[in-house]
Design a binder for this molecule. Structure first.
Ligand code: G3H
Ligand code: 13P
Ligand code: ZN
Length: 336
């Protein structure tokens, strides 16, 4: 099965009221582990690569690894998505490589640091949608800035997504999916106090835009057992804290259809590699530590797939092509 448009996976998730995990990758072992988990649980899957991942894998390697993943797993509907694209140029580059979906993170300027105005965000996001949709490619935008609700920086409502703006943003940009800021942040240190998501924002957006697929970035749970393994074998990650799966599950009924996970995968891999190095320092064949790392990641992702409700969904999906999506966008009047 060729790579499928991400929009289809989100539409299917909406029909079945579940969420699809979007797992970040940089190399072959990560891709293999995620595909193995999808195969075991019969799940659809979104594999995503950041700009850093594309650079690390020299672009072409990632492209062919994903072609291999699709060829090896013809029964698994798999979308390939650009995570945190920062410009139209980057989106074009990813689409040329065969990505079936792109994120344009217009909440920040091209430097990925400076916040933009609402108008700037609309303009760059719309330019990406105007380029991607005629090619059948899915577009994810972002409104609001990720950050903890109680971390002092993100305590103001300004950083969380404003539902009024979300309605205007979606109308003006015609994005397929919208990343919303509801109190999560990237990485292993998300909360100082008890984790709390701004459920009311998701509920309000869902009420006003029931068809919209929302995306939750910063969705790693930072499981204590994985942190313990890292620390037990020489790591140093005190006070790491993530979003409990129960919090994630609480937003799924309100239109959160894509859940981004990178940090938990990094923890699983690092813990497994540290364990081998610590227990058997005489080993130096990369396969001796990359294999357990790949297995640890596959176990983690399979559990995520069950928890998010993605498991079992693959069999119900008849893959669409980018050509089908062009017809779909024409039908919506989004392209000519
Ligand atoms: O959102 C960020 C993702 O975790 C990707 O991280 O830019 O270090 O590849 P990265
Ligand atoms: P985590 O750091 O919580 O895994 O979030 C990843 C993410 O949002 C990638 O876009
Ligand atoms: Zn993100």
């Amino acid at each position: 099965m060729p790579l499928v448009p991400m929009r289809q996976l989100l539409d299917e998730a909406a029909k079945g009221n579940y969420a699809v995990g979007a797992y970040n990758v940089n190399n072959m072992e990560q891709i293999q582990a995620i595909m193995q988990a999808a195969q075991e649980t019969k799940s659809s899957v979104i594999i995503q690569a950041s700009r850093g991942a594309l650079k690390y894998s020299n672009f072409t390697y990632l492209k062919y690894l994903m072609i291999a993943a699709a060829e090896e797993n013809p029964n698994i509907p798999t979308a390939l998505h650009l995570d945190h694209g920062n410009s139209l140029a980057t989106a074009k580059e990813a689409i040329a490589l065969g990505f079936t979906s792109v994120m344009i993170d217009g909440s920040l300027k091209e430097d990925s640091k400076t916040p933009t105005t609402f108008e700037e965000n609309v303009a760059v996001t719309r330019s990406v949608a105007e380029y991607a949709h005629p090619l059948g490619v899915t577009v994810e935008g972002e409104l609001g800035t990720l950050g903890g609700i109680e971390d002092g920086v993100g305590s103001g409502k300004v950083l969380l997504t404003n539902p009024d703006q979300a309605v205007e943003f979606v109308e003006k940009t015609q994005v397929d999916a919208l990343a919303v800021a509801i109190g999560t942040s990237h990485g292993a240190y998300k909360f100082k106090a008890e984790p709390k998501l701004a459920l009311h924002i998701v509920k309000e957006i869902n009420q006003r835009l029931p068809e919209l697929h929302m995306v939750m970035h910063g969705s790693s749970s930072v499981p204590q057992e994985l942190v313990d393994i890292v620390n037990k074998y020489g790591g140093r990650m005190p006070n790491a804290k993530g979003v409990p799966m129960s919090e994630i599950q609480s937003v799924i009924p309100y239109g959160v259809r894509k859940v981004n996970i990178d940090t938990d995968g990094r923890l699983a891999i690092t813990g497994a590699i540290r364990k081998v190095f610590f227990e058997t320092p005489e080993k130096f064949d990369p396969r001796d530590y990359l294999k357990p790392a790949r297995e640890a990641l596959a176990r983690l992702v399979a559990q995520k797939m069950r928890d998010l409700g993605t498991a079992g969904g693959a069999e119900k999906i008849k893959a669409l092509t980018l050509e089908d999506m062009k017809k779909f966008y024409r039908g919506k009047g989004w392209i000519k």
